[in-house]
Design a protein around this ligand. Sequence first.
Ligand SMILES: Nc1ncnc2c1ncn2[C@@H]1O[C@H](COP(=O)(O)OP(=O)(O)OP(=O)(O)O)[C@@H](O)[C@H]1O
Length: 259
Amino acid sequence: MAEPYLVIDNIKKEFPRRTEAPLRVIDGLDVGVEKGALLSILGPSGCGKSTLLNIINGLDDVTSGRIVINGHEVSVKSRSKLKIGVVFQDSRLLPWRTVKDNVRLPLDELGIDRAEADRRVTYYLNLVGLGDFGDYFPLRLSGGMQQRVSLARGLAIEPDLLLADEPFSALDEITARKLRQEFISIWRATGRTVIFVTHNIREAVFLSTRMLVITPRPARTHLDLDIDVPYPRTPEDDRLFEIEKRVTRDFIAMEEASV
Ligand SMILES: Nc1ncnc2c1ncn2[C@@H]1O[C@H](COP(=O)(O)OP(=O)(O)OP(=O)(O)O)[C@@H](O)[C@H]1O
């Protein structure tokens, strides 16, 4: 059988400490992710989610095991060979550059020629509904609009993988709801493989094709669940609600067991 698009192959991660034994943050995480999946990762605070994203993004190396994306092993050294888009909790836009120039920045860094960069800036700003705001400066936009720009910037590089690190958690619930719907439409339109980290069980269930619940540190797989509800979804769907209840019960039991 062909290897999955993203392979997290029995990875372990330890951080050295001065006087104590190394801190083991990830302990044998083993996951295969199919191309085009929207996998959400849910875990208690401090369990190692950001560490995992940093490793997948080639910003840190594993202690053992390997990460392979589309046949390429990821490491700090090989980082430049892969295109990974990232959307964070805050938009991290440069306030002195216009919206267009923010989206263009990573394209310039990749050496993409001007005509193609122009095309992508226009295309992805339209895709996130901000075609008319290219000449604005970020601080003139609402928080939700800034997150959309950040999504356009992440997508414009046409990434091998899109990492989303709690991208809606700083937004009010009404805006977050709207952006979740838009995120699903954009994911379906672009077919990107997405890893979506969140603390919000309802959000994870609503968005994803599959969710992974991670144990308290050191991170291991606690639950690996396919969410077999067709899109388009509505947040009020009973099937999603049942899955949310089940995962919530399980999550609480896991946290209680770890105290
Ligand atoms: N560079 C580092 N050096 C030493 N320890 C680190 C380093 N990075 C993270 N850690 C430790 O690893 C553990 C996991 O941190 P991480 O930020 O990955 O958790 P998280 O699941 O993303 O947390 P949260 O949900 O609160 O954002 C923490 O105990 C943290 O202190």
